[in-house]
Design a protein around this ligand. Structure first.
Ligand SMILES: NC(=O)c1ccc[n+]([C@@H]2O[C@H](COP(=O)([O-])OP(=O)(O)OC[C@H]3O[C@@H](n4cnc5c(N)ncnc54)[C@H](OP(=O)(O)O)[C@@H]3O)[C@@H](O)[C@H]2O)c1
Length: 310
């Protein structure tokens, strides 16, 4: 069969098109494009069916597991696909690793090294117990996230655009530096011993709960990440769709109760805002996938992220 590959403007990407076997899969098509272009490896390619100009419908993305023939319609032996270059890609594990490594390294630098001299503070630095516990708490959190990235999460998407590494690192590394600066500052004033214990105690419970939520999510997929999206259930997932985000937000609340910095609360608000938007989208997706029609399961009534508000 003959496949013509065009750009979104209609320009032919591969002169003369590609000849594929009748049983070729979309994965074979991706490989064939890579062999001819030498530049666009499969995860860089997005292939869709052409849409009529003027229509508002979304283009159909070719599914790697299907046969190319399935998209031909009727018994035609010709297919035109629209190619989009997604740009350089990195694996999700690499993306997450770099974004979490920054805070894990930056925070201890502010604790262990005499950086404040360079900001004009000549006074002797007295380290309060809460600052030491905050260091342990912070490092445990980001170390846990890196371990979960490699050994717990089963990602459905293989790669992410390289540009996201810079965007996400800017977010995590900047907030890491901002909070570390104020937490380890020579003029830092600690909260009461009781408040510190309540904050860290509550935060640690939430970190353990967050880890357990990630284990429950992991068990929704097969080891290679296939299985699509399922209805999460068990533990807090019986009440709230994104229980992992709920526990993440609460564990930062615990950290802030114990440490009381403006920087920490800013991070809490920004992170909660981002996760709330993601949670709304995930909740919508699950309700759409499990609509209770044509034999499909019906998504149960649940809070989205922060019961009893949302
Ligand atoms: N502080 C912050 O600013 C912040 C922001 C975001 C996240 N986090 C932390 O990082 C953790 C991971 O974040 P994330 O956004 O990657 O979490 P996520 O999308 O909720 O899920 C984690 C893993 O579970 C999979 N998964 C989620 N729902 C599923 C379902 N219904 N069926 C099957 N698999 C499902 C995801 O698959 P896919 O690969 O398909 O997505 C992903 O591999 C969070 O839980 C949170 O603790 C912190």
């Amino acid at each position: 069969m003959k496949v013509t590959v065009v750009s979104r403007s209609g320009r032919e990407i591969i002169k003369g098109g590609l000849d594929l076997n009748d049983g070729a899969t979309v994965t074979d098509l991706h490989e064939a494009i890579y062999r001819r272009t030498k530049k666009y490896y499969p995860s860089r390619q997005r292939l869709t069916l052409p849409v009529q100009s003027g229509t508002k419908e979304k283009p159909v993305v070719l599914n790697s597991r299907k046969n190319v023939q399935d998209y031909c319609g009727g018994n035609s032996d010709n297919l035109t696909v629209v190619f989009k270059d997604l740009g350089p890609q990195v694996s999700y594990r690499i993306l997450f690793f770099w974004e979490y490594l920054g805070p894990l390294i930056i925070y201890p630098i502010f604790y262990f090294f005499p950086v404040y001299q360079y900001f004009g503070y000549k006074v002797e630095r007295v380290i309060h117990p809460v600052q030491t516990y905050a260091l342990y708490y912070w490092c445990f959190h980001y170390f846990k996230r890196i371990m979960e990235t490699f050994f717990v999460h089963r990602f459905s998407h293989a790669t992410s655009p390289l540009a996201n590494v810079f965007r996400n690192c800017a977010y995590y590394w900047t907030f890491g530096s901002y909070i570390a600066y104020y937490m380890n500052h020579p003029l830092y004033t600690p909260v009461s011993d009781l408040q510190m214990k309540i904050g860290f105690g509550f935060g640690l419970i939430c970190q353990v709960a967050n880890f357990y939520c990630h284990l429950l999510l992991r068990n929704l997929r097969r080891p290679e990440g296939s299985g699509g999206y399922q209805i999460p259930s068990g533990f807090l997932f019986n009440i709230v769709t994104c229980a992992n985000y709920t526990t993440e937000i609460y564990q930062w609340l615990g950290f802030n109760i114990a440490t009381q910095t403006f920087a920490g609360y800013v991070f809490l608000v920004v992170a909660a805002f981002i996760m709330t938007n993601w949670a709304l989208a995930k909740h919508r997706r699950l309700k759409k996938l499990f609509d209770g029609k044509e034999g499909r399961l019906k998504y149960p009534r649940r809070w989205v992220i922060l019961p009893p508000f949302l």
